[in-house]
Ligand binder design. Sequence first.
Ligand code: ATP
Ligand code: MG
Length: 410
Amino acid sequence: MPQDLIVGLDIGTTKICAVVGEARENQVDIVGLGCAPTNGALKKGVVVNIENTVRAIRKAVEEAETMAGCEIRSVYAGLGGSQTSVINSHGIIAIKDREVTQADMERVIDTARTVAIPSEREVIHTLVQDFLIDGQDGIKDPVGIHGVRLECKVHIVTAAGPAINNIMRCAQRAGLEVNSIVLQSLAAGEAALTDEEKELGVALLDFGGGTTELAIFAENALRHNFVLPVGGNNLTNDIAVGLPTSLQHAEELKKRQGCCLNALADPDEPMEVPGLAGRQPYSVPRGRLGEIVHLRVAEILNLLSKEVQRARFVHPLHSGAVLTGGTALVEGLPELAGEVFGMHTRIGYPMGVSGLIDVIHDPAYACGVGLVLYGYRTLKKAQQGRSGRWSPRGQRGLWGKLKKWFKEVV
Ligand SMILES: Nc1ncnc2c1ncn2[C@@H]1O[C@H](COP(=O)(O)OP(=O)(O)OP(=O)(O)O)[C@@H](O)[C@H]1O
Ligand SMILES: [Mg+2]
């Protein structure tokens, strides 16, 4: 595997996708994509069948390898928020020479990180929320500032050991090494949000197949994460039961004609529904499908709205809401979300990369592309911190050492 390739592996409830990015001086080119259905190997974002997960990973990776013309050996793997929890912690140190240095900054983060973590959990991220110098908050980069006392507030994201082990085992059995386990919503935020949105405050909603995940970003940091174990699969089930028809036809009808706002589609337009188990097809007005879709989507949005409003008390969400995940493509969903949350919404297509943009132009790939960007940005930051400049092509030996160093630190 060439050293300048970064691969994201999004292990979702309905599909596993591998995205290959090629690191360039100032950007990432997407050069490969592979996708495979999970066929029930995951339930609500959790691995429930190792064999089928390994098979789907292999298939997705092989497809991505063929497209990119490379061999994939290591990946950044995503982990759903339902398997993670957050501990807020706080560290304080005395500033040695009355001027904050890089070493002071690292020391205060280490101090904040020293909290009791239950033995069955592992830390996957330490996300800095804020630095304070002599009580003054809102400091993003404290290096060079004079003071006596340096404080740091951090968000420690932990995951259950078995959840991490399952992902690692599946990846290893598929012949892959895992560079880092990354919170899915953090990755999706890398690809679907602009820096300005993250600074001004935004609600990122990932409407997947088995889960719907809410992440609040404000002042350039992830502030809150919340997961509902309901997603697009529930919509498909509702349609199959409500019409009735088979799950496969319900899925097709949902994608082709499902609409959660009557104003956007003609509710009286007749629609043909394939009969269940060999029965004759029959006709229903499109409004019937719309009603079923609307009920479930509105239920999800209302449950999330409580969390969004709660987060709004603490962080103004000036940038509104951004919707990622395959279910964000249900017709009328962004408009309905805008109504329920009382804020402007948009669909979060993957951004900030070049190359196969047409192929990845789908909100369902926001997490996969985000994993590549997460890998690129953390490696770049690590290298800049050490050598002062970034050059993925010229220093392949160093790249390997950096990856090792990064794994130890994060
Ligand atoms: N055009 C579309 N219209 C409506 N729904 C769609 C469309 N395309 C995909 N979906 C739905 O999106 C869901 C899959 O989304 P996604 O790939 O983001 O989920 P996932 O990552 O596999 O699952 P999760 O994130 O919940 O673990 C499925 O329920 C699928 O039916
Ligand atoms: Mg997903």
